[in-house]
Write a protein that binds this ligand. Sequence first.
Ligand code: BGP
Length: 488
Amino acid sequence: MDYFKTAPNFMWGVATAANQVEGGWDEDGKGMSIADCMRYRPKIDTNDYQAVNQMDSHEIELALTDHSTKGWAKRHGVDFYHRYREDIKLLAATGINTYRFSISWARIFPNGDDAQPNQAGLDYYLAVVQELKKYNITPIVTLSHYEMPLNLVLNYDAWFDPQVIGYFNKFAQTVIDYLHDDVKYWIPINEIDSIIRHPFSSAGLVADRFQGQNFEAVIYQAMHHQFLAAAKVVQYCHQRYADLQVGSMITRTMVYPYNSDPQNVLAATETMRDVYAFSDIQVRGRYPQYLLTTLKRKGIPLTISAEDRALLQQNTADFVAFSYYSSICTAADSTGLKVTKANRTAGVYNRYLPESEWGWQIDPVGLRLSLIDLYDRYQKPLFIVENGLGATDTLTADHHVHDQYRIDYLRQHIQQLLISMAEDGIELMGYCMWGPTDMISASSNQMSKRYGLVYVDLDDAGNGTYSRYRKDSYYWYQQLLSYGHQIP
Ligand code: BGP
């Protein structure tokens, strides 16, 4: 099946986030960001995402005084900061034409509220973009992927403070002005819905700083500020540079009812709405009534001015980007049922699906269902900007990694997107697998949860040479792209 003849401009690529790959956390004027505080905890249950992603002021204080590279995994990343030429060259040889990466906000505005940007930071990202251009690779830039200068947490209360909208937009506009000649696709905020599930690591909200306040209400108000900031990015791009496109970006976890019991179907619908609310606001330009009703029922007062409403209404996203890794089931009453997690969303185990080592259930058809569902809902171009398998890989003595499990995962998911493009009448701009090289895991801060096509010699304690070795999946992806997109 050669479906790709119908999609000559399809974007095939890979995706990363600055804080998971770069390292160089204190180099060339970079300030400290929330990601630099996310501590690797070797003894923690890898499924205990709550604990990993929760942060209190004491932890932040610890982070500020502990400068060891072992203690705080994301500070050393996989050294993309120094090795970007080598990594891009390696990946270019697979035949990719797209590379999604994020900008470290604290590399551009070290404290978030600085009067002037850090020129070295801007130059670094320009160099990355130029390197991609050398290979005719189209960049897709995420402005905020689980990052924020730490100063905005300690002195402004992060996204809860409306001033931070202004600081973010100053950062966004500075970067857009600098890179717009070569970067046409922008994502203001990665997985914008994740503020609800992990408010610190995605949005810098530290619960103990809001004592005496309803923390849930704090999160929702901060969420609203993120929407305003993202809409301002759309406004800026559209007014200033007509050829730029800005996407909404959500965590798309497929949700099924545990069985046909209507109460479980209802539970699944409600869980889906929790995420749809985010793309609804960014794509349709208004708060859905179901979210407003829920907030009212919870007694959460949201401050939304008429001006805010107009901003959201007039500046909707051009495309709908999403990550897809896994699916879950929901049950109105999960007593006695096996629980599972899918990309930090808790649910009930689906007996029809296998699971990864980290308990994320593998569901390629769920990707097709997601494409159908999102396209039917919005009628906007879709973009799969993350999809991949986290696994423990073994490097053989002769430097090979036989990751057939990852090839199987990618093949099955790509098959489904090809079928969907051919048979479901959807519009799909591209597919970025996560990720080009191994990198520090977002949720567990582990190195040993590997996603890459290229193995990086580094362990959980920060030991290793950082050498890169192509895995079997690298050669498979290369074959896929060189075969005119038929599936090997
Ligand atoms: C997504 C994040 C990524 C990435 C991926 C895999 O939600 O946008 O940053 O890391 O999940 O998750 P993890 O690294 O926790 O396995």
